[in-house]
Write a protein that binds this ligand. Structure first.
Ligand code: 0A1
Ligand code: ZN
Length: 881
């Protein structure tokens, strides 16, 4: 396929389905190579569709065994089979049943879409359009049906048989070695939420009673022998269920809720109704095989999938253009849950780092698209940071703009009004317009317009009049297909910081929404604050109140004051980041030299020294975030054009080394003070202490490699948990030499039978910023721990390399050719993983001309390959456009 051959699907072309499917009865006889699927569909014409239309069912790589209408076999002329589906030419214009038998081969399914095998189990992935790889169907989210599913398998092979809903029957198939289970899901759902699992799995379980008093059996299923690692996921599930009852008033609605972990999965996890299927990376945890970061991710993703039960399943999407309706909202909900379970400011900082690293970079390049795209060729390429993370930011802004009370009333209205429907963004926004009495039509532009706005701010103090005037302006750069941009609604949360803290805010301006928020909804705006008794320092975009870049005319001295005094924790962190970013941009772009940078390093070190001495102990997790400088990739994005990755990397190394040296004594004392007492616990407070200790280790290692290596080796030997061991390995990867290679080897020996831990080992090596890394990665591809067939392994080693700023962007182009060759090889077996990897090229246009040309030719090489999947062809085409 060439991308230009694939049809462009447009939002404006949406039409309701001509047919509806009220009921689906599936009878699935699982077999490794020949699984037989009998599907009985209860169909009727859709009153909102076109009368007399043929019935066009979607299908993909299916073998049709037979088809019957109202129980009678259809003659050859009555239907056609195409590569895209099954057409019943003249169906009766009334309700009827269609029985279709298909045969599929789960073992041959390397795309991991539809029914496939993972380890020795059967499992499914149907979002976005995988159900059509199981049986012929109207595979679109606005066709919602009640499913009854009979699963049958050899008892020895698949003692566990799971599907959506409640189990209504089980039994043996008389006279055979097979057994069956029947599942019924009373809630109508689109096909993308269908799931089944069959296999020999272990599980942990717990009884739960909802706030409404309904009993639910919760269970987490894992590969045999791994039940000891499923407890944290189950514990997280119970906590997020309670939270959703308390905060959003949402109760669970079936008798069982099952989570299953599989080791081959294209994404993180999937919210199938009552049967969430997870990448095992986001379920399995014990102190020896999971890091603090893993524990936090598991908690967040368990919550995310569970929250989809209401925002996604009970209320689903009318069409895939509305993907952000479920994803942005559910990310917002999981972020709020994690904030309540852990530290809110630290969670916000972590989320903003991710947003900038992934979404801002997407928005600044050729793959930029609106939160609600208007057209697509391959929907699987739109599960993006823009739809997910920027989608969540839009909800967060909505809450700030209309206030918490109106937001809550709007959510309640949405749940009440749209329950059981396939909804749109318009219907969602209407609930909040109603609850707040505000016109949200301008706000809705966030869903239509791509690109990251820049807010420019400057302030003037008038001592005589005791006023402070803030001039704000916004602009958004052009993005593909959107050359002209209009102003968006930007809630700018702010404070005016005086010597003794926040000054009172008095203004007569109607742009000022109260609660410390200015609404910048036009190209520019001035707000004058009165009774300002002293010259203030503005603290803008507090809590990162809008997903925008901020250009503020504050000097480093003022920023450092904000760092030490701002009442908003996010902006304290941001202030220091801004000083470091500015220094690195100056040096990384060649505008200033190393000597100048060393001066900045000393200023930063002095501020950090004071902070660490006085405040680190009170909030180690926050202090760890403060110590972590912006990444080289952040600096590249800030520079934005003619980027030379080597120069940025050198500046980053120099700054880190100088700060590490200047703070050596302080960091050592801090590490001792934070020394662990008692056994490992994954809670936020203990994790915060480890995070700070390990940030300190990294800085020490850059500043003084000898001391760093000694400390890292000691830590590795003495650690009782993976977090500390991995941090030791990461610190050692910064220090070339035999000791590093020895630690790398010891790590591999220790975790030889732990694929998920070895993924971290693969990635740590792929990220080494040295010219030898490409050869190392090629060598590691031959290591028994690596397999091109497993998405986690590919993401760890090849994805890790593609995220290595200096080595992926090698001046000789070898990094680009390597990744491009792998994309092509992978495309034959797993197009989704291949196209995500190709997305690593998304920032190629900002590179200096030499690298830009080499990246472009690697992309063109991919694009010109014959027989590309639609997934890869689409990314290649858009990246080059
Ligand atoms: N809806 C899931 C993510 C997901 C999307 C697509 C998949 O296959 C192509 C798999 C999972 C979520 O948001 O968690
Ligand atoms: Zn989701």
């Amino acid at each position: 396929m060439r991308a230009e051959d694939a049809p462009l699907i447009r939002l404006e072309d949406y039409r309701p389905s001509d047919w509806l499917i009220d009921t689906v009865d599936l009878d699935i006889a699982l077999d490794e190579r020949e699984t037989r699927v009998r599907s009985l569909l209860g169909l009727r014409p859709n009153p909102g569709g076109q009368a007399g239309a043929p019935l066009v069912l979607d299908g993909d790589e299916l073998t049709l065994a037979n088809v019957k209408l109202d129980g009678v076999a259809l003659g050859a002329g009555a239907y056609s089979v195409t590569p895209q589906g099954l057409i019943i030419h003249a169906p009766p214009q009334r309700g009827f049943t269609l029985t279709v038998e298909t045969v599929v081969n789960p073992s041959a399914n390397t795309k991991l879409m539809g029914l496939y095998r993972s380890s020795n189990a059967y499992c499914t992935q149907c979002e976005a359009d995988g159900f059509r790889r199981i049986t012929y169907f109207l595979d679109r989210p606005d066709v919602m049906s009640v499913y009854t599913v009979r699963l049958e398998a050899r008892k020895a092979e698949a003692p566990v048989l799971l599907s959506n809903g409640n189990r209504v029957a089980t039994g043996d198939v008389i006279g055979s070695d097979r057994h069956f289970a029947v599942w019924h899901d009373p809630h109508p759902k689109p096909a993308y939420l269908f799931a089944l699992v069959g296999g020999a799995l272990d599980h942990v379980r717990e009884d739960y009673v909802t706030a409404e008093g309904n009993k639910v059996e919760l269970a987490v299923y894992v590969e045999p022998g791994k039940a000891g690692r499923a407890g944290w996921a189950l514990d997280s599930l119970v906590r997020c269920m309670r939270w959703d009852e308390r905060v959003f008033g949402r109760n669970y609605d079936l008798d069982v809720f099952n989570v299953v972990a599989v080791s081959d999965f294209n994404m993180g996890a999937m919210e199938n109704k009552g049967l969430n299927i997870f990448n095992d990376k986001y379920v399995l945890a014990d102190p020896q095989t999971a890091t603090d970061g893993d524990y936090a991710s598991i908690e967040a993703i368990i919550a995310h999938e569970y929250f989809h039960n209401w925002t996604g399943n009970r209320i689903t999407c009318r069409d895939w253009f509305q993907l952000c309706l479920k994803e942005g909202l559910t990310v917002f909900r999981d972020q709020e849950f994690s904030s309540d379970e852990r530290s809110r400011p630290v969670k916000r900082i972590a989320d903003v780092r991710t947003l900038r690293a992934t979404q801002f970079s997407e928005d600044a390049g050729p793959l930029a698209h609106p939160v609600r795209p208007r057209a697509y060729k391959e929907i699987n390429n739109f599960y993006t940071p823009t739809v997910y993370e920027k989608g969540a930011e839009v909800i967060r802004m909505l809450k700030v703009l209309i206030g918490a009370d109106a937001f809550k009333r709007g959510m309640d209205l949405y749940f009440e009004r749209c329950d059981g429907t396939a909804a749109t963004i318009e219907e969602f926004l209407a609930c909040f317009a109603e609850s707040s009495g505000q016109d949200l039509s301008h706000f809705a532009r966030w869903y239509e317009q791509a690109g990251t706005p820049t807010i420019t701010a400057s302030g003037r103090y008038d001592a005589a009049a005791q006023t402070y005037t803030l001039d704000l302006a916004q602009s958004t750069p052009p993005t593909p297909g959107q050359p002209e941009k209009l102003p968006v609604v930007l809630p700018v949360a702010l404070g005016l910081v005086g010597k003794g803290g926040d000054l009172p805010l008095h203004t007569g301006s109607n742009a000022y929404a109260g609660n410390g928020v200015i609404v910048l909804d036009r190209p520019s705006l001035s707000v004058t604050f009165s009774d300002v008794a002293e010259p203030p320092i503005p603290s803008l975009l507090r809590g990162f109140s809008a997903p925008a870049r901020l250009e503020l005319d504050l000097g480093d001295a003022d920023l450092l004051k904000l760092f030490s005094t701002d009442s908003d924790s996010f902006n304290r962190w941001q202030a220091l980041q801004s000083v470091a970013t500015r220094a690195l941009v100056e040096t990384g772009s060649g505008a200033s030299n190393r000597v100048w940078l060393m001066g900045k390093a000393r200023e930063l070190a002095a501020a950090l020294d004071l902070f660490l001495r006085e405040q680190a102990a009170a909030d180690p997790a926050f202090a760890a975030q403060v110590l972590r400088l912006p990444a080289p990739a952040d600096i590249a994005r800030e520079i934005g054009r003619d980027v030379d990755p080597e120069r940025i990397h050198a500046a980053h190394r120099s700054l880190s080394a100088e700060i590490g040296n200047a703070l050596a004594a302080r960091l050592a004392t801090l590490r001792e003070a934070l020394a662990e007492s008692g056994p490992y616990a994954p809670d936020a407070s203990a994790a915060g202490q480890r995070a700070l200790r390990n940030e300190a280790l990294g800085l020490i290692a850059i500043g003084d490699p000898d001391i760093g290596a000694r400390l890292a080796q000691l830590q590795f030997a003495g650690a009782d948990n993976l977090t500390d061991r991995l941090a030791a390995l990461a610190a050692m990867t910064l220090i070339p030499g035999a000791a590093r290679e020895e630690l790398i080897a010891r790590f591999a020996e220790r975790y030889a039978s732990e694929p998920l831990v070895l993924d971290k080992w693969l990635m740590a090596q792929a990220l080494i910023a040295e010219p030898g890394t490409l050869d190392r990665v090629k060598e590691l591809m031959r290591h028994p721990a690596f397999s091109l067939g497993n998405p986690n392994r590919v993401r760890a080693l090849i994805g890790g390399f593609a995220a290595n700023l200096t080595q992926f962007n090698r001046a000789d182009g070898a990094g680009y050719s390597f990744v491009a060759d792998i994309v092509i090889a992978l495309d034959r077996t797993n197009p989704q993983v291949a196209s995500r990897l190709l997305g690593s090229f998304r920032a190629w246009r900002m590179l200096e001309p030499g690298r830009r040309a080499l990246a472009q030719s690697a992309l063109a090489m991919v694009s010109n390959m014959p027989n590309l999947s639609r997934d890869v062809a689409d990314i290649a085409e858009r990246a080059l456009a």
